[in-house]
Write a protein that binds this ligand. Structure first.
Ligand SMILES: [Fe+2]
Length: 283
């Protein structure tokens, strides 16, 4: 494969042309794809046509697939009746309903910025999301760069966040923050260093970062509110408008993502795999 890599914004996102993700890339191509992912935080490959198994194999370039902790969703039209080998690993993000019940997860509306599985001891490394049915408008995925956000902090704020730890928590299935005690939570460094690049990332998100350790509630809430606004500054963001056949891979250590609202009458179906990371390393 001959790849061509184009940056989508100054700080985050690159489109890679020349990838057929249904085929196993040779070693040099695989390295170029993973390197682009590490450098840009999000990679976009358009025009793909992938079965579950092909998507899972491609996802394997970015680590070991994460088995789901929740009950496996029933197979459905989105998976096109393909073999069941990855049923415990795949998740459908969709508003499609059968007998009134969503056939997948996170069906409706907008969603606050977050990174996947940060409320576990071992968060996700990569998320690999494939668009099958996409609305004509809205339902965009927005990505913010946590490395650019960290670098842009003033020295005073860097001194405030460096060395701190924060509680990351989540209530399953929610798209907006709830401040009561989350179902699952874990305390991680507020600034983590990415071992492959040496870059520092501000590891926080509006949906999942609950509190900063060692600060009183008012001080923690005020600093977090300021950090969330900073991270979501448009200069750090790439907004992805989905088309069927889009394949995105993002780094949950260096980016957070959120979703814009969309018309509930339109169908939206995306298939997700994730890979298992390591415990974040304090910067
Ligand atoms: Fe997510």
């Amino acid at each position: 494969m001959t790849l061509s890599i184009t940056k989508l914004t100054p700080h985050v996102g690159a489109e890679i042309a020349g990838v057929d993700a249904s085929r196993e890339p040779d070693g040099a191509t695989a390295k170029a794809i993973v390197d682009a992912w590490l450098e840009h935080g999000v990679i976009v490959m358009r025009g793909q046509d992938l079965t579950d198994d092909q998507q899972a194999a491609f996802a394997g370039l970015f680590g070991t697939l994460t088995e789901r902790s929740r009950p496996v969703e029933k197979r459905n039209e989105g998976n096109r009746g393909e073999p069941d080998a990855y049923a415990g690993y795949t998740m459908l993000v969709t508003n499609i309903r059968k007998d009134g019940k969503p056939i997948g997860s996170l069906p409706d509306g907008d969603m606050m910025f977050h990174a996947d599985l940060v409320y576990r001891e071992i968060p996700s490394r990569a998320t690999i999301l494939y668009g099958i049915e996409t609305p004509k408008a809205g339902g965009d995925t927005l990505f913010a760069s946590l490395t650019a956000a960290y670098e842009a902090l003033d020295d005073e704020t860097k001194a405030l966040v460096d060395g701190k730890y924060a509680k990351q928590g989540y209530h399953y299935g929610i798209t907006h923050r709830e401040d009561n005690e989350p179902l699952q939570s874990y305390v991680h460094p507020l600034v983590q260093v990415i071992p492959e690049t040496g870059k520092k990332a501000l590891f926080a998100s509006r949906l999942m970062t609950m509190s900063i350790e060692g600060m009183d509630e008012a001080e923690s809430d005020a600093l977090l509110a300021r950090l969330f606004d900073h991270i979501e500054d448009p200069r750090f963001i790439y907004a992805h408008k989905w088309r069927p056949g889009d394949l995105l891979v993002w780094d949950n250590r260096t980016t957070v993502h959120g979703r814009t609202d969309f018309d509930p009458k339109e169908r939206r179906l995306l298939r997700r795999f994730a890979t298992t990371g390591a415990r974040p390393i304090p910067a």
